[in-house]
Design a protein around this ligand. Structure first.
Ligand code: ADP
Ligand code: MG
Length: 151
């Protein structure tokens, strides 16, 4: 297995899928989200947050790069879009090796800081409310997670 995909037809379906994924995650897991503006990266992150027991509302962290949320596991929500033309390291290692779940929007801009073991997720617009969500698990743990999520 190198890639699995699921189509969702509403944002609620995307959130539910992310919630199901979230309960399979472990401290220190890193997820990346790639997709155009409006694809659903932040929507997917809201589902991850719900699934790990974050009660605050998750909003786009565009102007802060990282937002931390308390939950059963902490959530580190990053939007690194503004790092496109820089190689600034905002202390990624501490997040990626921390106890929380890291979710990185626009992770293609910080590939050099990403851990080898991670779950890459690509969201594509099919039409106004449909999205194709592709999972690229790297490492044994995430291959197991995706097998459990998708079967
Ligand atoms: P991004 O973070 O990728 O820029 P957002 O999650 O902020 O995207 O926005 C996605 C928008 O698309 C939201 O307004 C959401 O309600 C809408 N949407 C419609 N259908 C879907 C779907 N199937 N999955 C996710 N979002 C959807
Ligand atoms: Mg976003």
């Amino acid at each position: 297995m190198s890639k699995r995909q699921i189509k969702t037809d509403t944002s609620e379906e995307t959130i539910r899928l992310a919630e199901k994924l979230a309960v399979l995650l472990e401290p220190g897991d890193v997820l990346t989200l790639e997709g155009d503006l409006g694809a659903g990266k932040t929507t997917f992150t809201k589902g991850i947050a719900n699934g790990i027991g974050v009660s605050r509302t998750v909003n786009s962290p565009t102007y802060t790069i990282v937002k931390e949320y308390e939950g059963e596991l902490p959530l580190y929500h990053m939007d690194v879009y503004r790092l496109e033309d820089s190689d600034e390291d905002i202390g990624f290692d501490e997040y990626f090796n921390g106890k929380g779940i890291s979710v990185v929007e626009w992770a293609q801009f910080i590939v050099e800081y990403l851990p080898e073991n991670r779950l890459d997720i690509k969201i594509s617009n099919l039409d106004e409310n449909s999205r194709m969500i592709e999972f690229y698990p790297h490492g044994a743990h995430f291959k197991t997670v995706i097998a459990e999520l998708i079967g």
